[in-house]
Design a protein around this ligand. Structure first.
Ligand code: DC
Length: 213
């Protein structure tokens, strides 16, 4: 059985940073599943413009090749918004389940995997060895997002970031299929008042314990 760490959480909670650091520390392969939804949004916008339909996206998903997309193209706030809308299409989620599980089967690390997203511990890998659910206050998440955007020269206000995050949280939590929710057996980590290093320390001790079981 491939050792699996499933990390779910809110936009801007720090789950991606944590996932990457854990993968690095324990030599595990890392998969950021948000890139799948962002990638679909990127192709849909490129091929059909802003009026793309559900059917357009389902067709793109059917022949989607993850490795054709460059990560640097996918991080913009606008793609985050469309990715969240696309994540609410049940047919798309069904197609993406297969891609995500294949990553585990063909894992490039024989030590195990770290996968982050919204439904990893609940739907994709319900038997994961370690499940983490990462949260932080809306205001703190907005401050972090704003810092990232400014670093990338994106011109956006704090109030606008708050609005975008609220909308995204709501859509991700309220969709009918695989809504964002903590798995019953997930460890909850609130990163509002702790930094990256402290978050990594808490998560690392949980992972190390399971690895030595
Ligand atoms: O983690 P992120 O910000 O890159 O994700 C962008 C959107 O993609 C998120 O708001 C909802 C969707 N998503 C999803 O529905 N399920 C996942 N496992 C990952 C992302």
């Amino acid at each position: 059985m491939t050792f699996t760490v499933a990390i779910d959480g809110l936009a801007g909670s720090g789950k991606g940073t944590l996932a990457l650091a854990l993968a690095d520390k324990f030599n595990l392969a890392y998969f950021d599943t948000g890139l799948l939804y962002r990638g679909l949004a990127y192709v849909a916008l490129d091929e059909f413009g802003e009026d793309f339909t559900k059917t357009n996206v389902i067709n793109i998903a059917k022949s989607f090749r993850v490795n054709t997309l460059k990560e640097s193209n996918l991080r913009s706030p606008i793609l985050g918004k469309y990715a969240s809308e696309i994540g609410a299409i049940p047919e798309v989620r069904k197609i993406l389940i297969k891609i995500q599980r294949e990553f585990k089967e063909k894992s490039p690390s024989n030590k195990g995997i770290v996968v982050d997203g919204r439904d990893i511990g609940t739907v994709i890998f319900p038997n994961a060895n370690v499940k983490l659910f990462i949260s932080a206050s809306l205001e703190e998440r907005a401050r972090r997002r704003l810092r990232d955007f400014l670093t990338n020269d994106e011109n956006i206000s704090y109030d606008e970031v708050i609005k975008q995050l609220q909308k995204r949280d709501q859509r991700d939590k309220e969709r009918s299929v695989a809504p964002l929710v903590a798995a019953k057996d997930a460890h909850l980590i609130d990163t509002t008042n702790i930094n990256k290093e402290e978050t990594l320390e808490i998560a690392s001790s949980l992972v190390a314990k399971k690895l030595s079981d």
